[in-house]
Ligand binder design. Structure first.
Ligand code: MGD
Ligand code: MGD
Ligand code: MO
Length: 715
């Protein structure tokens, strides 16, 4: 381990230096719902220590990733200057350029390609980083391209779509007021630690918790019941719970009669999933299914909490999610206090009641004035409700050039390892005529680019942040951007100029655009700047409950739809039918002979975040080598001991990892984290192994085998 890092991590003496200033800002290493407030201790223009802010939701705490902030920000591999490629794609040979030259080149090439093939042949892409998205989307539309795409083609939007199909809207569980919470595959302790506090506080006050998921998680010991299902069988389990709730007559008859459509068909569907039958499919004991159904339906109010990905990363993910979310209406917990509240997000995925016009801002041109989006032909239902192009289709369309050519991509945080079949994605991106990637680091994907632009971190920029607890925050930079790096927003607004776009708002700059978005709230950036730790806005309108009683549901029938009119219109199953994962011991027994174990990938680890943390020594040290979780019973059968090198293989290939023997995975299941360069599990997944409706990759129900590997050598 590098000594330099050890010293900077605990700068006890420097902290006392008289010139040290505490500058409040935020850490944005993880999901936007967290983004903890941070006190950056700055001496001579350099951060010497980071501490969680007391005023923000994290209340003085930071997670492992946030605490490693210094090593992330001052990483020796940070990009500090724009780069233009001189070698072959992927070779990593670049020469430094001025911003003027680099942006000039980008604008010329994008405008040339637009003139040759139309604006839709340019994709505007955002990876997991989210803060620049409204501006990037507007840039795309003002350029004339409908093809703003993002990582959200693998994340959350399928769950949102399921809720829209059932109810016309998305909902969120009111944890603090619920009596029972059905936590369906969400591990806040790892994926959103500051938000797990509310869950524990509610638990202390008597909240009943039913956890669903194959893995043992930190929530398990707080749960009254843990339904440990086989990966990919959520739909069958949800229908089984429905069956018990209906046959025992403990559903909300009044709500169902007055406000739902398709109940009889749904009841018939659920009949096929009596507890004994469901036990055979899901592996969850029948008596536990009955207990869970009684507890959930017998508690009023109760809410369902699902994650952004584990339930929808399956080939039947959308319908499974519809079956889960149907339980909310069935039990009369839709839009009631302590149930699942309809409270739409108002800025960048956060609901806090402060009024904005971010939707209007982003859609600067109507869809009808642009070409169809990438993916509209393949995933029409998803595209109808999710206002983006479908990223999962992009690598295919780059190759097929059908229905129209894709020639260029302007990407912010492009990581080919996010895609199933990551090598297929990488080879597709290589075929582009022009690729620009904006990132903090020279990643393996950035190496494919023609132009790489250096972005700065949240410690070096200002941005508008919303938090669920009514906090709005215009963050301040704690330090100057490293080298010549710039904030993503600055890059986008500079590009609007260089591209000479006909868009006064974008040409007016970032702060003016934020002022425009904030107009309905009455706030202006200039005012927010006076609150260095953000501002809690009391005067906001939290939506009321049971809004459907006045306006009906925003579905075609005006009711909650057990049978979806929209899916039926598209020739799809209108009921939330259960289908086996396309690869499973049941659906493909022949494949399971060679690959008898079920592979689930990407369950969140507290110290990693996709591709980003592996390079941070303080975090990498927590799992220095790639690891896959294997149940001890499966290990015994294969003569494996803790830490043995194994080949984790699917029919597509193998990666070399260490076996971690643990009961947290059930027998027959292997779990592996994603994004790791030296053992990229996504190379083992077919790029088309996806849910046909949502287009989401089925990252969490595959078939695999693990076998002892030699101590050294490549897979
Ligand atoms: N530290 C950290 N935090 C993160 C991230 C990160 O990479 N690192 N990523 C962020 C992102 S992008 C997202 S989408 C969220 C996701 O965050 P969460 O929604 O919390 O997702 P996971 O951590 O994957 O969920 C773990 C749960 O899913 C269950 N599970 C695992 N496999 C399956 C399966 O095949 N079927 C079912 N039904 N359940 C399964 C496990 O038993 C466990 O209960 O986390 C965000 N937060
Ligand atoms: N096997 C498997 N694969 C998965 C998943 C899984 O569970 N299993 N989960 C999927 C899900 S839910 C998600 S959300 C995706 C994650 O999607 P990815 O987009 O792969 O996420 P990251 O690796 O966090 O970020 C991508 C890049 O953004 C860069 N970056 C970070 N901050 C900034 C910034 O402020 N500005 C700019 N310009 N760049 C920045 C990072 O350095 C990194 O190179 O992965 C998906 N892939
Ligand atoms: Mo995600």
């Amino acid at each position: 381990m590098n000594d330099r890092y050890e010293q900077t991590a605990v700068p006890a003496r420097d902290e006392m230096a008289t010139d040290t200033e505490i500058r409040p800002t935020i850490c944005s290493i993880c999901n936007p719902g967290s983004h903890c407030g941070v006190d950056a201790y700055v001496s001579n223009g350099r951060i010497i220590k980071v501490k969680g802010s007391m005023e923000t939701h994290n209340a003085g705490t930071l997670c492992a990733k946030g605490a490693a902030g210094l090593q992330y920000v001052y990483h020796p591999d940070r990009l500090t200057t724009p780069l233009i490629r001189t070698g072959d794609r992927g070779e990593g040979r670049f020469e430094p350029a001025s911003w003027e030259d680099a942006l000039g080149l980008v604008a010329n090439r994008l405008n040339e390609i637009k003139a040759e093939c139309g604006p839709e042949s340019v994709i505007f892409y955002a990876g997991y980083p989210k803060w620049m998205r409204p501006f990037l989307k507007r840039l795309a539309h003002s350029f004339g391209s409908p093809n703003y795409a993002s990582e959200s083609s693998t994340c959350y939007t399928a769950a949102k779509l399921a809720s829209i199909l059932n109810y016309g809207e998305e909902t969120s569980p009111e944890v603090g007021r619920a009596k029972c919470l059905l936590v369906w595959s969400r591990n806040l302790f790892h994926s959103n630690p500051p938000r797990s506090k509310g869950l524990l506080a509610a638990r202390k006050k008597g909240l009943k918790i039913i956890e669903v998921g194959p893995l043992v998680t930190p929530l398990t010991r707080h749960a009254d019941i843990h339904l440990r299902l086989r990966p990919g069988t959520s739909g069958a389990l949800a229908l089984a719970l429905a069956h018990v709730i209906i046959t025992e007559g403990i559903f909300d008859r009044d709500f169902v009669n007055r406000w739902t459509s398709g109940f009889d068909e749904y009841r018939n569907l659920a009949r096929g999933f009596a507890p004994d039958a469901a036990e055979k499919i899901t592996g969850v004991p029948a008596d536990q299914i009955v207990r869970a159904a009684r507890l959930f339906a017998g508690s009023k109010p109760a809410a369902v909490m699902t994650g952004a990905s584990p339930t929808v990363h399956h080939t039947n993910g959308l319908q499974n999610q519809r079956a889960i979310t149907a339980l909310v209406g069935l039990t009369g917990n839709f839009d009631v206090p302590g149930g699942n509240h309809v409270f739409p997000a108002n800025y960048l995925y956060i609901s806090n009641g402060v009024k904005t016009r971010d939707g209007e801002f982003m859609q600067s041109r109507p869809w009808s004035a642009m070409a169809p989006r990438v993916g509209e032909d393949k995933h029409p239902v998803w595209c109808r409700f999710i206002p983006e192009a479908h990223s999962m289709v992009v690598p295919f369309q780059i190759r097929s050039q059908k229905p129209y050519p894709i020639r260029a991509m302007l990407a912010f945080g492009l990581n080919h390892r996010m895609w199933p079949g990551s090598d297929f994605a990488r080879e597709s991106f290589k075929k582009l005529d022009f690729l620009v990637d904006v990132d903090l680091f020279m990643t393996d994907t950035a190496k494919l680019a023609d132009v790489v632009l250096p972005a700065c971190s949240s410690y070096e920029r200002s941005e508008l942040k919303f938090y669920p607890e009514k906090r709005i925050f215009w963050t301040r930079p704690a330090i100057e951007p490293l080298g010549q790096s710039r904030s993503d927003a600055e890059i986008i607004f500079d590009l609007a100029e260089t591209l000479a776009l006909d868009d006064d708002l974008l040409r007016g700059g970032y702060e003016a655009s934020v002022d425009w978005i904030l107009k309905p709230s009455g706030f202006k950036v200039a005012e927010l700047k006076q609150y260095p730790r953000g501002l809690v806005v009391d005067d906001v309108s939290i939506p009321s409950y049971r809004k459907y009683e006045k306006n009906g549901f925003k579905t075609p029938s005006g009711k909650m739809e057990f049978t979806s009119c929209i899916l039926a219109d598209h020739g799809l199953d209108s009921l939330p039918v259960y289908r086996e994962p396309m690869l499973s011991p049941i659906s493909t027994p022949e494949a399971a002979q060679n690959f008898p174990l079920i592979l689930t990938t990407g369950a969140r680890l507290p110290f990693f975040i996709h591709s980003r943390a592996y390079r941070v020594p303080q975090l990498r040290r927590l799992q220095p080598e790639p690891m896959a979780d294997v149940n001890p019973a499966d290990a015994r059968e294969r003569d494996l001991s803790q830490g043995d090198w194994v080949l984790l293989s699917t029919s597509l290939g193998a990666v070399r990892v260490r076996a971690n023997l643990t009961e947290t995975v059930p027998p027959g299941v292997v779990n592996m984290y994603h994004g790791r360069p030296e053992a990229d599990v996504n190379t083992l997944i077919d790029p088309d192994y996806r849910d046909p409706i949502s287009g989401f990759p089925a990252f969490k129900s595959l078939l695999c085998e693990v076998k002892k590997a030699p101590e050294t050598g490549a897979a």
